[in-house]
Design a protein around this ligand. Structure first.
Ligand SMILES: [Mg+2]
Length: 329
């Protein structure tokens, strides 16, 4: 059940407070009473009010001062204030009331119906504001959810489903971004292309499930050999690419050799099948052979890969700029 709307009534006279509640008895609200300005301010810290009805003439802190203090606080700066006064109802005091933050000023005696209507109006506004705030909070929660889901979708769209590596679509984007970074920093950028040797035979002999296992296991071995700042992609069926920012040809060749060795030395075992696999690898670096376009780096590494394949597979071949495509095939 929703909490009742609260209305603050402040008057130093207990009989006035009593009378006010009688006047407003038809309003479905909880009336919180205060007999002086200090207590009233305390109540505004404890509750959210739809409207405050203040007596003007009160000892210690009069209604004007109380209204000014209510306006000063962030929490209550928009609280509608209605002044009731029998003594100060001339123009000067009415304007003084508005200047101190009142939205209405009712001289006594007033018709209870008029006050009831005004209070009902502010309660209606208050309820609309509460509803609006709830809607805003719900929208904010939805926005957070949508952003989270977009992030997940983005990750899924950039991933190869089988291996969890980046997919081919991400290569052009990341290559361009890393080439730009290297150009600005003056650092190097290397690329490694890896192709599992005779992989087709694995699928043909042991089936695609085992073939998938080999691909996943090889992807895991690649990841175990590279650093967090490197990027690994599944480029095609059994073809992979690693981008190594801030790494020269020497460093990339060492990484490629580690991957080659880890592939060849450790059996691929997923019962009932156990096989040995080798990989051929091509390496190229930005500084060693500056490409005309970023994508030429892939072509350079690919030429080196073909060289490795042509020289007996299970080896790392480095693009020197002198190797011609199919030169050794
Ligand atoms: Mg009074």
């Amino acid at each position: 059940m929703a909490c009742p709307v609260k209305v603050l009534i402040v008057d130093d006279s207990p009989s006035n407070l009593f009378a006010l509640k009688i006047f407003l008895k038809n309003i479905d609200a909880e009336f919180v009473e205060a007999s002086n300005g200090h207590d009233a301010l305390q109540e505004t810290l404890k509750h959210d009010f739809a409207v405050a009805i203040l007596d003007v003439s009160m000892p210690e802190m009069d209604g004007y001062e109380l209204a000014r203090r209510i306006r000063k606080r962030k929490r209550t700066e928009d609280l509608p204030i209605i002044f009731l006064s029998a003594v100060y109802s001339d123009n000067y005091h009415v304007f003084k009331g508005y200047n101190s933050g009142a939205v209405d000023f009712l001289p006594k005696p007033f018709m209870p119906e008029v006050l009831t209507d005004k209070v009902l109006f502010f309660i209606k506004i208050y309820k609309q504001q509460v509803k609006l705030r709830k809607t805003i909070r719900a929208l904010e929660r939805t926005k957070v959810l949508v952003l989270e889901q977009n992030k997940i979708l983005e990750e899924l769209a950039s991933q190869d489903m089988l291996t969890g590596l980046y997919n081919r679509r991400q290569l052009a984007k990341i290559l361009k971004q890393e080439a730009e970074k290297s150009r600005c920093s003056g650092g190097d950028l290397s690329i490694i292309i890896l192709d599992l040797d005779h992989f087709k035979k694995v699928n043909d002999t042991y089936g695609h499930d085992f073939g998938d296992y080999v691909i996943k296991e090889f992807a895991a071995r690649i990841l175990s050999c590279i650093s967090d700042s490197d990027f690994a992609f599944r480029f095609g069926g059994e073809e992979f690419i690693v981008l190594l920012p801030q790494t020269d040809l020497h460093g990339a060749t060492a990484t490629a050799e580690n991957i080659r060795r880890l592939c060849a030395d450790k059996l691929f075992q997923n019962l009932p099948h156990t096989i040995s696999m080798t990989v051929s690898i091509g390496v190229s670096s930005y500084r060693n052979n500056p490409p005309k376009q970023h994508k030429d780096m892939i072509r350079h590494a690919d030429i080196a890969l073909y060289h490795a394949k042509g020289n007996g597979r299970n080896r790392v071949s480095v693009y020197s700029g002198l190797i011609k495509p199919n030169a050794s095939l």
